[in-house]
Structure formats: structure tokens, C-alpha cells
Design a protein around this ligand. Sequence first.
Ligand SMILES: Cc1cc2nc3c(=O)[nH]c(=O)nc-3n(C[C@H](O)[C@H](O)[C@H](O)COP(=O)(O)O)c2cc1C
Length: 220
Amino acid sequence: MPDDCHLIGAAALCKQGAILFERPFMTEPRIADHPIDAHILERWSPRSFDASELTEAELNTLFEAARWAPSAYNYQPWRFAWALRGDAYWDDYVSALMPFNASWASKASALLFILSDRMIVPPGKSEPQPAGTASFDAGAAWGLMALQATKLGLSTHAMAGFDPVRAAQVTHAGDRYKVEVAVAIGRRGDVSALPEALQSREGPSGRLPVKEISFNGRRA
Ligand SMILES: Cc1cc2nc3c(=O)[nH]c(=O)nc-3n(C[C@H](O)[C@H](O)[C@H](O)COP(=O)(O)O)c2cc1C
């Protein structure tokens, strides 16, 4: 392995961000270089889901976790449009995903579109103005939701691969709301149910080391 690469979890990551190789599914657990809460490491994004049932109550627990995220002015720009497997919205939601994502995410138990409010009425103002941090804030909410899901034994997989026009149609997002991302939620299924090309990618991936993503004062 070249000197500028760092082995962590299932991959070797190099300074340029290149992934040298991915190791097979779950050959080893993720290892943190600094002490962190264990369930942060337990979260990863599978593509094999078991198509089991998820209840609205379970989904609400995820939204509950998400809503405690911080946001600029506590404006809470996140919105969660959801469909449970087999309900009246399910097929429409699947149809808004890019075909590759639809091929595996259609086995999830729930599909979400996370929307963000593009406009904000800041304290002391009466007119809405463009919100500069709505996407950032919605991302924070997604992070909390994903960790809460892990804690419940559920898996999540975010997807940027969707048709934004179709997603806005099926969710009735309207002009004010941006559809940020789609998310598949469910319980992990058998790896063997995936096409061969995806089987070797089914497992926890690595990360850049802390010393490459943080700097004191000035970027090196
Ligand atoms: C905003 C966002 C968009 C993503 N889009 C896709 C996607 O369209 N299809 C896909 O298979 N995975 C997608 N992913 C999953 C990432 O590839 C995955 O999170 C990343 O490789 C890290 O792996 P981990 O989540 O298992 O730790 C996306 C993740 C995020 C956060």
C-alpha cells in the first residue's frame, strides 16, 4: 500500500481521496482512531433490505430524533415526506429514484424525501428571505435520524440519485421547498440477494483520518 494511504475499516483511503480497494463484507469492524460512541461506528449504509414492515410509530421515533437537531435561528427547515412499503404513495416514491437506486431501495421498509425550506423569516423581520443554511440544517437532522435508526436496529441509506422534478411532484414539495435527498430505511437483508457487483460493496467503509480533515488555524 502506498505511504500516503491509510487503512481503515473496509477500505484504503489515500491523500487524494482515492479509494484503493474495498474489502469484502464485514471482514472486520470499523475502528476509530479516537474514542467515540460505539453506535456512530455501527451505522453504515446497506443496499440489501429485507422488505419487512416498519410502523409509523418507528418512523416517528426517527423524526423525533431529527427534530432536535440545531438550526440557524432554530428555524427547523427540515421536512420529511415519507411512504411505507406498499402504501398508496410507495410506487410513486420508488418511481422518483434513479433506476440503480430503485433496484435495491425498493426492498426497503420506508422511503423518505428530506425537504428543506428555502426561505426564512429571521427574528425581527416580517418578510421571508432566502435561507442560507437550510441544506446544512437538514443535513444535521438527517445525521441524528440515521444514528437513532442504528440505535433501533434499523439501517438507513441516503440517495442523491433521484429525479428532483419527479420527487417534487410526488411529494407536492412546491417551489419553496427543495428536495435534498431520498433515504431508504429498513432492516438489513441477505447480501446474497444483491447482484454480484454490489455484494463486495456491502459493508462498512473507511474514512479519512482526523489529521487530514482537521487543522489548527490554517489549512495546510
Ligand atoms: C447525500 C448523500 C447522497 C448519497 N447518494 C447515494 C446514491 O444515490 N446511491 C447510493 O447507492 N448511495 C448513496 N449515498 C451513500 C454513500 O455512498 C455512503 O453514505 C458513503 O459511501 C459512506 O458509507 P456509509 O454510509 O456506509 O458509512 C449517499 C449518501 C449521502 C450522504
